[in-house]
Design a protein around this ligand. Structure first.
Ligand SMILES: Cc1cc2nc3c(=O)[nH]c(=O)nc-3n(C[C@H](O)[C@H](O)[C@H](O)COP(=O)(O)O)c2cc1C
Length: 410
């Protein structure tokens, strides 16, 4: 969603202003066009020159500039932007916005933004300033407005030396919040609830050993991110993974297949789409022992396994209105096995890949997949990033949904 978007960043005079510089850089790398407006007080921390160079656009600092880029710059900038993001938003700016003040360029632009466009506020301040009733009242007032979104500050060590709630989230997270806010306002998955599963499960043998697999979670996390950026509500049920958690998702961390089964079945009745990218263990040890198993003299060691519940099969059996998407990671006869799985598990779509192929499968950032629908239609995708694959899967899901709506109308 960020590619080609026009993002107006409002920067006010807080110590976290340095993070705003990286936000601009990341937005541009994601393909967005960025313009910056600063309060006079923000320029005491960082010069407009830095934002000018990083954004590759002039920076507006005053309503009364001698040579403004546009006449009535605050109005033109508000017209130009797809979204206004205020990061960091000082307590002072939050108070002004809540009460409709417009005595500088930033607050004047904010007042000129029509209600059809989102305004994302990222407050950052000392924890007592944040907890102050006045600040909380102001933020609640902003939250009550249709087009205002507020990112909660983080708890942690603050620049003033104290510790508490008031830290500006990391630039990467702010960019994700911007992406999700744009998705919520302009995305094609607004109003859809998607359950995504990711990563491999672990089946404990003893306190130090488990049966696992090579799934990193990269594909599932990319699907969650893509769905969020298109405006979906996302629950991500994930096994252990080193991937960074998408900050706008409702994340449920699990370890075993049984835990993933329980988590998925609990939300299943209310979701519209399920995309099961997790690699679950088909079997688990019959017994998990509480002490570490010691090496014996025998050359052989028998581990008795029990079958795990089949999550995808169970979801297929209980399917009502949901679109159910499975994955088939195979090493041979990819299409044949994938088609059989569609029937056996009552799927609407399967994402099949040969995990032995270079550039596909586990623990790499790219994938080469085939999308196969319930009618047997195969769409072959070339090697692309897992995020691009995720978008292709979501495009296909939307086309399936639209197909069924079409049928209902007839
Ligand atoms: C060193 C320093 C750090 C500050 N950091 C913050 C901050 O993180 N958050 C905040 O709300 N105010 C902070 N302030 C206070 C604001 O700069 C002050 O309220 C100012 O009026 C805000 O101006 P503006 O909202 O027009 O940018 C800080 C002040 C100083 C001197």
């Amino acid at each position: 969603m960020l590619n080609g978007k026009k993002i107006l960043l409002g920067v006010s005079g807080g110590i976290a202003v340095y993070k705003a510089v990286e936000v601009v850089s990341r937005l541009r790398k994601a393909g967005a066009e960025v313009r910056v407006v600063m309060t006079e007080n923000a320029t005491k921390f960082v010069t407009p020159m830095l934002f000018k160079e990083i954004s590759n656009n002039p920076v507006a600092v005053s309503l009364w500039a001698d040579n403004p880029e546009f006449y009535a710059e605050h109005i033109k900038l508000a017209e130009w932007a797809d979204i206004l993001v205020v990061a960091p938003a000082t307590a002072n700016v939050c108070a002004k916005l809540a009460n409709g003040f417009a005595d500088d360029i930033l607050t004047s632009v904010a007042l000129a933004i029509p209600e059809t466009k989102p305004i994302l506020i990222c407050p950052a301040m000392n924890c007592d300033m944040y907890a102050n009733v006045a600040t909380q009242e102001n933020l609640n007032k902003l939250l009550g407005r249709e087009n205002y979104f507020v990112v909660e500050p983080e708890d942690g060590l603050l620049a003033c030396g104290t510790s508490g709630k008031g830290r500006l989230p990391e630039p990467m997270d702010i960019v994700e919040h911007i992406d999700a806010t744009l998705g919520e306002c302009y995305g094609d998955l607004v109003g859809r609830y998607i359950l995504v599963t990711a990563a491999g499960t672990r089946e404990n043998i003893d306190p130090v050993r488990f049966i696992g697999n090579r799934s990193s979670g990269k594909m599932g996390y990319a699907i969650a991110r893509a769905a969020l950026s298109r405006g979906a509500l996302v629950t991500l049920v994930t096994g252990p993974s080193c991937e960074i958690t998408p900050c706008e998702a409702n994340v449920i961390n699990v370890e075993s297949t049984q835990e993933m089964y329980d988590a998925c079945l609990a939300v299943y009745p209310v979701v519209d789409v399920v995309i099961k990218a997790a690699a679950v263990a088909d079997y688990r040890p019959h017994k998990t022992v509480s002490q570490k198993i010691k090496k014996e003299k025998d050359d052989k060691f028998n581990l008795l396994l029990d079958k795990n519940p089949d999550i995808l099969y169970e979801l297929g059996q209980r399917k009502k209105k949901q679109i159910l998407v499975g994955f088939a990671a195979e090493t041979t006869k990819v299409v044949e096995y994938a088609k059989a799985k569609i029937v056996k598990k009552n799927l609407d779509l399967i994402v099949a890949n040969d995990v032995t192929q270079a550039g596909a499968g586990f623990n790499v950032d790219t994938n080469i997949v085939k999308l196969i629908d319930a009618k047997g239609k195969v769409t072959e995708l070339t090697e692309m990033s897992k995020l691009d694959v995720a978008h292709k899967i979501l495009d296909k899901v939307l086309s399936l949904e639209l197909g069924s709506y079409g049928k209902k109308q007839r």
